[in-house]
Design a protein around this ligand. Structure first.
Ligand code: ZN
Length: 169
């Protein structure tokens, strides 16, 4: 009988027989991105979002510190917990936003995984929808422009924000 290939997460990246499924490279969307090294089936948990787990108060402090800078690696897990991928993070923090994404986040026992929504081709850049929302009294149109999207999808929203409130003009 053929043995199933050995799978393991190494530094938050799924590897099969010691070969990581993805790698970090320069991206045409933004900065660095994560790319498939082989065909990946739909429903595969490819990456785990690693980093320091912090409470909501600390997340607000760090978010305020990073505002103005282009990049933040804070990921909200639930109302109480966020993961700061800038501290001990995995390759998952480099996955760019896409409006028609190949991946989505999966919460499993308080751990966050990136799972494929469809088959991914070799060399394809992985994306997920950041679903950014505005907190507090911030002008929506300003916020949308502050988080532009260049994912290149045919129905690109033009912003990483996904907030259904009407635009104030
Ligand atoms: Zn887009």
């Amino acid at each position: 009988m053929k043995k199933a290939p050995a799978q393991a997460f190494v530094d938050g990246v799924l590897t099969i027989e010691g070969e990581p499924l993805v790698e970090v490279r320069r991206s045409s969307i933004h900065g660095r991105g994560v790319f498939a090294r082989r065909t990946i089936a739909a429903g595969t948990p490819i990456l785990e979002y690693l980093g320091e787990r912090i409470d909501d108060a600390e997340a607000r402090v760090r978010y305020a510190e990073t505002s103005g800078k282009k990049v933040t690696y804070l990921l909200r897990v639930d109302a109480r917990t966020s993961i700061d991928g800038a501290v001990g993070g995995s390759a998952a923090r480099f996955v760019n936003h896409g409006c028609l994404p190949s991946c989505e986040l999966l919460l499993h026992k308080k751990r966050v995984f990136l799972i494929t929504r469809r088959r991914v081709r070799p060399e394809e850049e992985l994306t997920f929808d950041y679903h950014l929302v505005v907190r507090g009294d911030v002008d929506l149109e300003t916020a949308r422009k502050a988080a532009p999207c260049k994912c290149g999808a045919r129905r690109c929203r033009g912003t990483m924000l996904n907030d259904d409130r009407p635009v104030r003009r």
